[in-house]
Design a protein around this ligand. Structure first.
Ligand SMILES: C[S@@+](CC[C@H](N)C(=O)[O-])C[C@H]1O[C@@H](n2cnc3c(N)ncnc32)[C@H](O)[C@@H]1O
Length: 281
């Protein structure tokens, strides 16, 4: 089918659910990720291999407002391509900033590094790619998320020690893992009662297990991970959290109560309190 016709059909679907600018973005991303076609760059007479049934299916997914990353199964993180499906959170730019901070603050010497709640594996795989000497470990409770993370690790030819475990019951992780120099986590942090404030595209498609926490204990993951990190880090080991800007003070207190020092809260590029770093002396 001619690219021009595919674009027209996708545009029509996108215009029915998005404003003009977003519709164009969605179509541009899908044309590029699915067909390697650059809107405005490639000739629209070019032929694209797609049959009617695939195109209809694509149109339905656009009309359902499914995030383009799930439709194409592609997400970019730190200039690397990651497979994503509705079993994993779509990596966010804020998390790239956390990875940037970790790389900037830590040298390339051999050390054990652990990512808790790894999802697509974007954090450990990027770290391993850029710090090949590190021994990188990653855990998640979701078997399905780990399956995607393992595919991503293979695609990027990175050796990561993946472990399925529940961090709220950390005895197994403590038995299985060595002492760490760095522990990182972007854990679930949205109390269920705040769900209505989230965009539909998250609520309808992203896995609830990746973002939701109980109303009566919204910081349960920060508490459990800080305590676990206090036991699992070497002396002078570092803890890095991605945080919600509205709860920075509470999380600071949780980390302090778990025995950490040199606690710093850092802002993301949008000026929001987004990252926390602490040291276990
Ligand atoms: C906010 S997502 C972060 C995903 C990825 N690290 C990222 O930054 O894109 C949180 C992850 O924690 C995992 N998770 C939720 N509950 C967990 C638990 N009890 N133990 C371990 N992992 C858990 C979810 O499956 C999800 O992959």
């Amino acid at each position: 089918m001619e690219a021009r016709i595919v674009i027209e059909k996708l545009m029509q679907a996108a215009n029915s659910v998005y404003d003009e600018r977003e519709a164009r973005n969605v179509v541009a991303v899908l044309m590029e990720d699915l067909f390697g076609f650059h809107l405005g760059g490639s000739s629209e007479n070019r032929m694209i291999e797609v049959d009617d049934s695939i195109l209809d299916h694509l149109i339905k997914r656009i009309e359902n407002k499914e995030p383009p990353a799930y439709i194409s199964e592609i997400s970019y993180f730190y200039n690397l391509v990651f497979k994503v499906t509705p079993d994993v959170l779509i990596p966010r730019p804020e998390t790239e900033e956390l990875v940037y901070l970790i790389l900037e603050q830590n040298n390339s010497l051999k050390q054990h590094v652990l990512d808790i709640g790894t999802g697509s594996g974007c954090i450990p795989i990027t770290l391993k790619k850029l710090r090949p000497n590190w021994h990188v470990h990653a855990i998640d409770i979701s078997e399905k998320a780990l399956a995607i993370a393992k595919q991503n690790a293979k695609k990027h030819q990175t050796q990561i020690n993946f472990l399925r475990t529940d961090i709220l019951d950390s005895a197994f992780a403590e038995q299985q893992l060595p002492k760490m120099k760095i522990i990182i986590s972007n854990p679930p942090y949205i109390p269920l009662r705040e769900k209505e404030l989230m965009p539909e595209s998250v609520l309808d498609f992203e896995p609830e297990i990746a973002y939701a926490t109980p109303n009566d204990n919204p910081h349960v993951f920060y508490k459990a991970i800080s305590q676990f990190a206090g036991r699992q880090l070497e002396k002078n080991g570092k803890l890095y959290f991605e945080i919600n800007e509205f709860h920075a003070n509470d999380i600071y207190e949780i980390v302090e109560n778990a025995g950490f020092s040199q606690i710093e809260i850092m802002k993301d590029l949008q000026g929001k309190d987004r990252m926390l770093k602490a040291v276990y002396l």
